[in-house]
Design a protein around this ligand. Structure first.
Ligand code: ZN
Length: 254
């Protein structure tokens, strides 16, 4: 898929678009000692509605296309080994030390250099955690956010010196929820996370992380709902769309 200029949103300050085939956004500058890849949907081979860089085998896309997309993502990640989980929208955190599937969970942490921790997302927030000698990756939809999964993963890693990066996700502008759910979020995180029925997932995650003792939370400020041509958005492309990959790894000498 060739990239059209109009598909690239103006990026917020502190965010860079990178990659040669599979395109991703990353904090700019990169954190020291780690690399973060929040992949866009551009640069893969899947056909609509999975166009183009879908990484999920569970949405009805062709096996060959997903395999090629994953190969392109791995190429962008320096062909490092990757670990993933069967995401269940819970609050499970697993510690991993090798590539492959680490079972059912929604967050992974590791101290092993060069191991990419990955999750698949389409509106849910990917949250990369970069600590001293450890990294973590969290899949945080509304259920996981309400369950405090980002704070939980940060506590498991140790919050000293930890920085959290909230990747592209559905934001308050595009995320209307039921009055009941809005109320639940306001009770848990404070009235500031909702405006009427519009829920701010990244603000709830930020408050959860601060509560856990994380000092620095960087929100990339990108909305999947506002730019469905750039990111997969379950809400904007339902009933069927692809999943984008988000990854983090420790890198030595970086
Ligand atoms: Zn939006």
């Amino acid at each position: 898929m060739s990239l059209q200029r109009s598909q690239i949103p103006a990026l917020p300050a502190g965010v860079a678009l990178r990659g040669r085939r599979a395109l991703y956004v990353a904090p700019d500058p990169e954190p020291s000692g780690a690399r973060i890849w929040f992949f866009t949907r551009l640069g893969g081979v899947s056909r609509p509605p999975f166009d183009a860089l879908n990484v999920s085998r569970k949405v009805g896309d062709s096996e060959e296309a997903v395999a090629e997309n994953l190969a392109r993502a791995r190429e962008a990640m320096g062909r490092r080994p990757t670990a993933w989980v069967r995401q269940v929208a819970g609050d499970g955190v697993v510690e991993v030390s090798e590539g492959g599937c680490a079972g059912e969970a929604d967050a992974l942490i590791t101290s092993r250099p060069g191991l990419c921790l990955t999750v698949g997302v389409a509106d849910c927030a990917p949250v990369a955690l970069v600590g001293e000698g450890r990294v973590g990756m969290v899949h945080s939809g509304w259920r996981g956010t309400l369950a405090g999964i980002s704070g939980k993963a940060a506590r498991r890693m140790g919050v000293r010196g930890l920085t959290a990066y909230i990747g592209p996700c559905i934001r308050q502008c595009c995320y209307e929820v039921s009055p009941e759910l809005a109320g639940e979020f306001a009770r848990r995180f404070g009235a500031g996370v909702v405006s009427g029925r519009q829920l701010s997932l990244p603000e709830a995650i930020r408050r959860d992380l601060l509560e856990a003792g994380v000092r620095e939370v960087v929100d990339l400020g990108l909305c999947t709902g506002c730019r469905p041509e750039f990111f997969f958005s379950h809400r904007k492309q339902k009933p069927v769309t692809g999943r984008g990959l988000a990854a983090v790894a420790r890198v030595e000498g970086a």
